[in-house]
Design a protein around this ligand. Structure first.
Ligand code: NAD
Ligand code: DAU
Length: 341
């Protein structure tokens, strides 16, 4: 099989390529990535010399480029990870989220139709369901939960989801769609909560916790997300949506305290800062469909997955230190400058 993975120089796409290239030496994996601020070819170093892996630089929203790539390569499967993925950046500048996440997805869908792709898998997020109240721990997102978005990021992802399902109904495009909860693990860009807190705590810098820190996220190790996507692409039913999550809810304060304990750093590093605008309160996935229909079970829970993740950031300082010394520093100053003392 020839598989196009878009956004493979990012966090989840990169982990997915590691997993696939090693698991399926007979498959050909092409990684298409624009290398935005979030894309990093260092992430692909461990696989870049494998005979079944290739990198192509390009924009999923560049129609002539995408059509000529699809014509030349004749992909069997397309797995679309490429996206602008950070909620805070979407609040600053929604436009690029519409371009990449919506127009990029429809461009790929059109090319998939034109060149007879056998499966188009869209990697989506639990954020399309909006949020749940903090005082109703009995409520979870199922695949039937209505889309109800809060941020420009989640609105752009929900919009892409609607196009994916509409293409299936209108043109018969053989799609599957997955909606996963918050991921953590190796190679995550240090603007996201867990790597941000690890890298700053190691430097004894203040840890900016939004509001009271009581918002809840449902954490899944990126490895388990990769296994689920592979399973859905190979065994999932065309036209279906699958939720991915492992029932690992934690408040943000619990996550930050876990990291501080593991690194033997004081809680006095925590600084409560102005809340994120429109901040979703709680995400919680019901993964019953994926478990019962496809037999998926996560390998890690938060307590077993987080120590290895922290260790990875300790052992791979060069990977993230290169990032935080570059353009990212400007972003951090812009985003947090007025919020941290
Ligand atoms: P990321 O920001 O780490 O990586 C995104 C990648 O896409 C980068 O390599 C970037 O260069 C590339 N990209 C951006 N715009 C592009 C364009 N126009 N053309 C080609 N490539 C482009 O994101 P991530 O955290 O790895 O998320 C991957 C996907 O998974 C996204 O679709 C995201 O919505 C979804 N998701 C993420 C999480 C999470 O917790 N991180 C959870 C559920 C779903
Ligand atoms: O749920 C899946 C989503 O998870 C993905 O679709 C997104 O791509 C991914 O970025 C993530 O979104 P979140 O907004 O939940 O992740 P983030 O790491 O930005 O924030 C996690 C929580 O931590 C959130 O409640 C905001 C809070 N936070 C975040 C940062 C960066 C802080 O308190 N301080 C911070 O500095």
């Amino acid at each position: 099989m020839k598989i196009l993975v878009t956004g493979g120089a990012g966090f989840i796409g990169g982990n997915f390529i590691h997993y696939m290239v090693n698991k399926y030496p007979e498959d050909e994996i092409v990684n298409l990535d624009l290398l935005t601020y979030a894309g990093n070819l260092e992430t692909l170093k461990p696989v870049e010399d494998k005979p079944n892996y290739r990198f192509v630089r390009g924009d999923i929203a560049d129609r002539p480029f995408i059509f000529s790539l699809f014509e030349k390569e004749k992909f069997d499967v397309v797995i679309n990870f490429a996206a602008e993925s950070h909620v805070d950046r979407s609040i600053e500048n929604p436009d690029i989220f519409v371009k990449t996440n919506v127009l990029g997805t429809t461009t790929l869908l059109d090319a998939a139709n034109a060149f007879d792709v056998k499966r188009f898998h869209q990697v989506s997020t639990d954020e399309v369901y909006g949020d749940l109240p903090l005082d109703r721990p009995d409520l979870f997102f199922t695949e039937e939960t209505p889309l109800h978005t809060s941020s420009p990021y989640s609105s752009s992802k929900a919009s892409a989801d609607l196009f994916v399902m509409a293409y299936h109904r209108t043109y018969g495009t053989p799609v599957t769609l997955s909606r996963c909860s918050n991921n953590y693990g190796p190679y995550q860009f240090p603007e996201k909560l867990i790597p941000l807190m690890i890298s700053r705590a190691l430097a004894d810098e203040k840890l900016p916790v939004y509001g009271e820190g009581l918002n809840v996220r449902d954490w899944l190790h990126v490895y388990d997300h990769c296994v689920a996507i592979d399973l859905i692409v190979r065994e999932g039913k065309v036209g279906e949506v699958y939720n991915i999550g492992g029932h690992n809810e934690r408040t943000n304060l619990e996550v930050v305290r876990t990291i501080l304990r593991a690194l033997d750093k004081p809680e006095s590093l925590i600084e409560h800062v102005t809340d994120r605008k429109g901040h979703d309160r709680r995400y919680a996935i019901d993964p019953t469909k994926l478990e019962t229909e496809l037999g998926w079970k996560p390998k890690y829970n938060f307590d077993t997955g987080i120590p290895g993740t922290i260790e990875w950031y300790l052992n791979n300082r060069e990977w993230w230190e290169n990032i935080i010394s570059g353009e990212y520093r400007n972003y951090f100053d812009r985003m947090y400058g007025g919020r941290l003392k």
